[in-house]
Design a protein. Structure first.
Length: 225
């Protein structure tokens, strides 16, 4: 069972190749657009794993939430490669993959969404407790119990969020970021169940419907025009 996974939901892009349980992941070159580096990186990594596109059983990508541009790049590359080689596509939630990578049993994921907001989700045993959402750090809902693990750069971007979560969180991973390795691990589970989609049906999961505040909104929040 062989999979290619693509993760470009933040500026820290990566790809991973899963070959019968063995995983090789590589970071996208820093300082360059993901759209410029993905295909050469994918080709080189497949070559190093002794695989070609004909050997793949599917292509996975981090569907979101995350950077609108990054999500479109990952989806577009996955779709293009899947169509060209007749492969199914496996969209994987960005926060789902982060929860799995954290290794925690009960996990709160908080990814910086910019615009003074975070993407957040609650997970138990890597399964979401509800839909992902985006909101101000002060409005992130708190679990009723303690002993949770919290991860994601939203904890670094908004110190008030970490203070708010401290009543229920005992373990912290503020440096945890989206990673193609975890995307591949989740996609492998979907592949075993035959849960892929046709390339034409794959789409990013934006969660938010806008990428920037208007001048009026920035001024209302105390910012500059």
């Amino acid at each position: 069972m062989n999979l290619l996974a693509i993760e470009t939901s933040t500026e820290l892009g990566s790809i991973a190749v899963w070959r019968d349980g063995y995983l090789l992941r590589r970071d996208c070159p820093a300082g360059l657009a993901h759209s410029e580096t993905l295909l050469p990186l994918i080709g080189a990594t497949l070559h190093d794993m002794g695989l070609g596109f004909a050997d793949l059983n599917g292509i996975a990508f981090a569907a979101g939430p995350g950077s609108f541009t990054g999500l479109r790049v990952a989806c577009g590359v996955a779709q293009g490669l899947a169509m060209a080689h007749g492969l199914p596509v496996f969209p994987v939630g960005t926060l789902d993959a982060m929860a799995l990578a954290s290794g925690g049993e009960r996990v709160i994921v908080a990814l910086d969404a910019r615009m003074d907001e975070v993407y957040y989700g609650l997970f138990v045993a890597a399964a979401p407790l509800g839909p992902m959402a985006v909101c101000a750090p002060s409005l992130v809902p708190l679990p009723d119990t303690g002993g949770w693990l919290a991860c994601g750069n939203g904890l670094l971007a908004y110190p008030s969020l970490r203070e708010r979560l401290s009543v229920c969180v005992t373990h912290w991973q503020p440096d945890r970021m989206p990673d193609a390795g975890a995307v591949a691990r989740l996609a492998a589970r979907h592949l075993r169940r035959g849960a892929g989609v046709d390339a034409a049906e794959a789409a990013p999961l934006y969660v938010r419907n806008k990428v920037a505040l208007t001048v009026v909104e920035r001024l209302a929040r105390g910012g500059r025009a």
